[in-house]
Design a protein around this ligand. Structure first.
Ligand code: MET
Ligand SMILES: [Zn+2]
Length: 714
């Protein structure tokens, strides 16, 4: 017998969890530092959950989700739920955080980007030895907790197909379905009416075998005798060929992303459609007209209103942004405002009048660009360096003092000139440290940057920055994406003064450090009235001017970071080449103004770079540094054909762990076996700003010792 519960008229697929004032971040970091207890951390979690449910109810939302809270990551929570905790972590003092962050003895699990977002999840480690076993404490606990506060909720769990695909183990489907069936039974016993299983993996290209797995999974879960009604939600795109498959299973409701995907032609008259018409991916107000038209076009037994995906990707509320220009604010909606839109759409029975006017500015006319010479010519013209040159990715630890000083400037209690002196003092410290450690290519350490995108946004026209618009990136880490709302231009040089100051302190080369156009647009909330491919070239032109000015100031090596290149890659193959074409063109537009004797570096991280190697090659950078250590050197298998300088990272900077000399040496040996030694660079996986000086000094010392051992053999 299938459940008969009616789905609520309005809901959201998920909600931010870091806290409106980043309360969870503070609680986590204090717990990790040993300054507070686990009980104190759990209390902050409970308070945040309560506030979220209360606020959603106050805003008039009918269907409240639960289990959308997480202490670190919802995919890691799912692994725990299913018993997929690798043996080696089980005896750790706190196995959950040991998997997330590592311990003295244990490296953490791999982490990578969640679909095409800037959120990072912990990759489940599933092997033949994994025994799936249900541990439903968390979802059941949240259901009870909400009920005690007077709220009935719909638990949200990552679905079996997505979970296994993320862990590269779809062959374990039959084994994992047992715990899912038990979970459904346990939730039914608890009186839960609906459960939401998130299956974002279904909006990508799926093979016939994978689609068959979808069918088998939902046939089986649908056949559980006493179970809640099932909502299968597919955020971040179009379900495509997976939709008829799902529609043929007994699931009661499907959640569609109608912002990115079109209204499906598939007949869904036996299902409820939870229609995602309010975007969870941007900060722009919803066009009521367009949303109502989409709602009207869906053919289903019941159509209810929702967000296109979890609101995890947007800040909490515009109410915390008194500093934003009111005219811009009119065009914006953060999480709370989006909930209000969902509620209003669910109540509306006619198109609302008074649409917000959309502003449209034509993109800058493309100009003919001079190209750089061939790589061999450039390499001969550039600086001569020792074999296996050592460098870092740019940032050094951001100290509490510097952050406090920046806040004091904002508050008006510290004069700008004093702040700039402190930045210079920090640059000097970083330069001296690198000289002492013996690095070959130095950096200034980026102390003036709160964030690699926001810093540029603050210095470019066309961007607004928020005061509190924090969005979770991973664990306790958040970013404040700037809002790109107008035409982009660079009124004055941005980084030249810091780069030249750093170079004035040392005879060794100092790399200039810029963020690339693709990453700037990827990590901003970009106006939704123009295609990204138009906007990105305006940003590229601004960076191009900066490259020129750095070069004119005598900087011989310039790094233009593109860590987000992989992230924006469309989930469907059919759309990928078009994206890669404009992304690569934008990067080249930004860098091709450099002369042949300027060495251009780029840096990518969390890239799963194997998929986009041709595009990375197309960037035509002289040197590419890339994440490799955290993923165990997997990239080395795919890079032999790479024709220019390459620095696969030799240690993971996302964990406080200091890598041993032998460990670095081993990875370095594998690297020189995979690549011609004269093209190999030695560097960490990524920037060092989240680490302490103590960790950095110890780690880099070991990196340099390992490099010297190898050099001695050359
Ligand atoms: C996420 S990539 C970071 C690159 C930047 N240059 C840094 O070192 O922090
Ligand atoms: Zn990086």
């Amino acid at each position: 017998m299938s459940p008969t519960a009616v789905f609520p008229a309005s809901t959201v697929l998920g909600y931010p969890r870091i806290g409106p004032r980043r309360e969870l971040k503070r609680a986590l970091e204090s717990y990790w530092a040993g300054r507070s207890t686990r009980a104190e951390l759990d209390r902050v979690g409970a308070e945040l959950r309560e506030r979220t449910w209360r606020r959603l109810a106050e805003l008039g939302l009918d269907g409240l989700p639960s289990n959308t809270f997480s202490l670190y990551d919802h995919v890691l929570d799912t692994a725990v739920l299913l018993g997929a905790v690798p043996k080696r972590y089980r005896d750790a003092a706190d196995p959950y955080f040991a998997m997330a962050r590592g311990t003295e003895e244990l490296a953490p699990l791999r982490m990578t980007k969640w679909f095409d977002t800037n959120y990072h999840y912990i990759v489940p480690e599933i092997g033949p030895e994994t025994v799936f076993e249900l541990d439903a404490a968390k979802p059941l606990g949240e259901v009870r907790e909400a009920r005690a506060l007077g709220y009935e909720t719909r638990p949200v769990v990552v679905g079996p197909v997505t979970f296994l695909l993320l862990g590269g183990a779809l062959d374990r489907l039959d084994d994992v379905l047992g715990p899912y069936e038990e979970l459904l039974a346990a939730l039914a016993a608890e009186g839960v009416a609906w459960v939401q299983l998130d299956e974002p993996a279904l909006v990508g290209d799926r093979t016939p075998e994978e689609l068959d797995a979808v069918r088998r999974a939902y046939e089986r879960l649908g056949a559980v005798t006493a179970r809640p009604a099932l909502l299968v939600a597919a955020p971040y795109g179009d379900l495509g060929e997976a939709l008829p498959v799902l529609a043929g299973t007994p699931v009661e409701a499907v959640g569609l992303d109608l912002v990115r995907g079109g209204v499906p032609a598939v007949d869904l008259t036996s299902k409820t459609v939870v229609a995602g018409v309010v975007s969870g991916r941007d900060v722009w107000r919803t066009s009521q007209e367009r949303a109502l038209a989409a709602l009207a076009a869906v053919r289903a037994s019941r159509v209810t209103v929702s967000t296109s995906c979890s609101l995890l990707h947007v800040p909490y509320t515009l109410a915390a942004e008194p500093g934003l220009d009111p005219a811009l604010k009119e065009r914006l909606a953060f999480a709370e405002e989006k909930v209000a839109e969902v509620v209003a759409l669910a109540a509306a029975d006619r198109p609302a009048a008074g649409r917000i006017p959309e502003v449209s500015v034509p993109p800058a006319a493309p100009v003919a660009l001079e190209e750089r010479g061939p790589y061999a010519v450039r390499a001969a013209a550039q600086l001569t360096l020792p074999p296996l040159p050592t460098t870092t990715i740019g940032s050094f630890p951001q100290t509490g003092e510097l952050r406090a000083a920046r806040a004091a400037v904002l508050a008006g209690t510290l004069p700008q000139a004093d702040y700039e002196q402190r930045v210079e003092a920090e640059i000097e410290r970083v330069i001296r440290l690198q000289e002492r450690l013996g690095l070959d290519v130095l950096v200034h350490g980026e102390p003036e940057r709160n964030d690699m995108v926001q810093y540029f946004a603050e210095h470019l026209d066309g961007f607004a920055v928020t005061g509190n618009g924090w969005v979770q990136s991973y664990g306790s880490r958040c970013t404040r994406p700037p809002i790109l709302h107008g035409d982009v231009a660079r009124p004055a040089p941005i980084t030249v003064r810091w780069a030249t100051y750093a170079q004035s302190l040392t005879d060794r080369p100092v790399k200039g450090m810029l963020t690339g156009p693709v990453t700037i647009v990827a990590w901003s909330f970009v106006r939704d009235d123009l295609p990204l491919r138009d906007v990105v070239f305006q940003v590229a032109d601004a960076i191009r001017d900066e490259v020129r000015d750095l070069e004119a100031a005598g900087v011989r090596i310039i790094q233009v970071d593109e860590p987000a290149l992989r992230e924006l890659l469309p989930l469907r193959r059919a759309a990928q080449s078009d994206y890669l074409e404009w992304a690569v063109a934008a990067y080249r537009r930004a860098t091709s103004g450099a002369s042949d004797h300027t060495q251009i570096h780029t840096h990518l991280c969390y890239s799963d770079a194997d998929q986009i190697l041709a595009a990375i090659d197309g960037l035509d950078a002289d040197v590419t540094t890339i994440e490799s250590a955290r993923s165990g050197g997997r990239i080395l298998g795919s890079v032999p054909g790479f024709g220019r300088g390459l620095g696969p990272g030799v240690y993971d900077i996302h964990s406080p762990r200091v890598p041993a000399v032998d460990e670095v040496e081993a990875l370095l040996r594998r690297t020189v076996e995979a690549l011609p030694v004269e093209r190999v660079w030695v560097n960490p996986d990524c920037g060092l700003k989240t680490r302490t000086y103590e960790e950095v000094e110890a780690s880099l010392t070991n990196v340099i010792t390992a490099t010297r051992r190898l050099r001695a053999e050359l």
